[in-house]
Design a protein around this ligand. Structure first.
Ligand code: GLC
Length: 471
């Protein structure tokens, strides 16, 4: 089996969210079972070619987008996780800028539709030219949603898998936009209720197998949670080929015993390093360093559905209870402003780093006592898994992958604090329970150890993907 993994982001080269982590770690877990596994993604301007040894190849070509013929060249690197070839599509006009989907201020690029049409047409061109042997084309999210129908309509002997990492983002495009695509494709899409097309739904309609990143989220989607009526019909139509596979994590990159970014290492047997990281975290963020009080960490894109409307309402109250907060993330300027305001009000209790900061993300996981993840919905979520591995107790809403991976604490069992309905009182109650339990020293240490002993490596899930590939 030769597998090509197609993704708009791949860690550690480019990352906007969890998709990058999956694209950077699942292929490595598949290699022992496949003849070949490769990854293909755009070469964005901010990717450091020197740092990653990314080199130009002889492969180049051009694709037609509307009336234009647009050239591309291919670059390549070996993924640092193992000997997986990563192919990069290079084109100055579309990709040589900083940012993946948006400018630094969070505003989406105006030509995103053209950029990902172009990316997909290049993938198709390379498949046509047999630059690599591919039996399985593993597409991810809407940026790659047109490839399943493209390969089908060209009668390529390639099976396609489409993975939904987030149903919120459809990659809608208009009838006018569709005319940019070669005639063979442009007439074949299904209209949505808004009289446009959805790249996400096209992927769902046309792929040989469709999955999302947890069984819980798969159930919620089929039940119509946060899904419009028209999309639901198409989802249900795909039910026979639809499943949920929970994400794994890169256990080498996220390893408390061996983390390149944290000053102190620790394990379930020896937790002193965790306390030292807590002091390091508090000091470096300019917060009070009394270690007896709990620290809640949060790392997230700043978007409404990650639970910020609830969180910001509880900050004053929990600061009064002695809790400290560390936030890391970028996105919605309104949420960023709310967090900054909270920092000004409680300078020694709340800290916020507005940006993308990989070393700090690791230090937050390693140095916090609890991790806040009250998402309104969550396809899988990875930070709660990193948290469990780092002995940082997750506080989560019972939704999607969060419900699948965190078990609610009871004396003597469970791995985190889970609440059942997305509202202020439920989150408040879960946070209170967490803080009360934090004071029970032995109980808390047991809770930490139970979480740290869970296995979230990719192997189990990779085997489930292999089953999908055996179409
Ligand atoms: C998206 C989802 C997140 C998931 C990640 C990787 O970012 O929002 O829940 O973990 O994709 O699949």
């Amino acid at each position: 089996m030769n597998i090509l993994f197609v993704s708009a982001e791949v860690a550690p080269f480019s990352k906007a969210g969890g998709l990058a982590d999956v694209a950077g770690s699942l292929p490595g877990a598949l290699t022992p079972y496949a003849e070949s596994v490769g990854i293909i993604s755009p070469l964005y301007g901010h990717i450091n070619k020197k740092q990653f040894d990314i080199i130009a190849t002889e492969v180049s070509g051009e694709v037609a987008l509307g009336m234009e013929h647009i050239p591309y060249t291919m670059f390549m690197a070996e993924h640092p996780n193992g000997s997986i070839p990563v192919w990069f599509v290079s084109n100055d006009r579309f990709f040589a800028r900083n940012g993946i989907y948006t400018k630094a201020d969070g505003e989406g690029f105006k030509d995103n539709i053209q950029r990902y049409f172009f990316f997909q047409l290049v993938v198709l061109d390379l498949l046509n030219k047999r630059v690599f042997d591919v039996d399985i084309l593993h597409c991810n999210d809407h940026h790659t949603g047109l490839l399943p129908s493209m390969t089908k309509s060209l009668d390529m002997k390639i099976k396609s898998i489409f993975t939904i990492h987030n149903f919120l983002y459809h990659g809608h495009f208009s009838k006018e936009d569709s005319k940019l695509l070669p005639d063979v494709f442009s007439g074949s899409y299904t209209l949505t209720q808004w009289d446009n097309y959805s790249s996400l739904l096209e992927g769902i309609d046309n792929a040989d197998r469709v999955n999302t990143v947890s069984p819980g989220y798969a159930r919620e989607l089929l039940a119509g949670d946060n899904v419009d009526a028209n999309s639901l019909i198409r989802l249900r139509y795909a039910e026979h080929k639809f499943s949920g596979i929970v994400n794994g994590i890169d256990t080498k990159y996220w390893d408390p015993e061996n983390d390149q970014y944290t000053p102190h290492h620790f394990s379930a047997e020896s937790l002193e390093g965790k306390l030292k990281n807590k002091i390091e975290l508090l000091t470096s963020m300019g917060l009070d360093t009394d270690v007896k009080a709990p620290v809640l960490g949060l790392i997230s894109r700043l978007v409404e559905n990650k639970g910020f409307p609830l969180i910001v309402k509880l900050l004053d109250e929990f600061v009064k209870r002695g809790v400290k907060f560390v936030f890391l993330g970028s996105g919605d300027p309104i949420i960023a402003a709310q967090l900054r305001k909270a920092c000004v009000k409680h300078p020694r209790k709340i800290a916020f780093d507005d940006g993308f900061n990989e070393p700090l993300a690791h230090l937050i996981e390693a140095g916090s006592d609890m991790f806040l993840m009250p998402s309104r919905f969550e396809p899988c979520g990875l930070n709660q898994l990193y948290s469990l591995r780092y002995g940082t107790i997750p506080i989560v809403n019972n939704t999607g992958g969060l419900g699948d991976t965190v078990e609610n604490w009871q004396p003597g069992s469970g791995t985190g604090f889970v609440f059942d309905s997305y509202d202020l009182n439920s989150l408040r109650a879960a946070m209170k329970r967490a803080i009360d339990t934090f004071r029970l020293k032995e109980e808390w240490t047991d809770l930490i150890k139970r979480g740290m002993s869970k296995d979230f490596s990719w192997d189990q899930s990779a085997k489930q993907y292999l089953n999908l590939y055996e179409i």
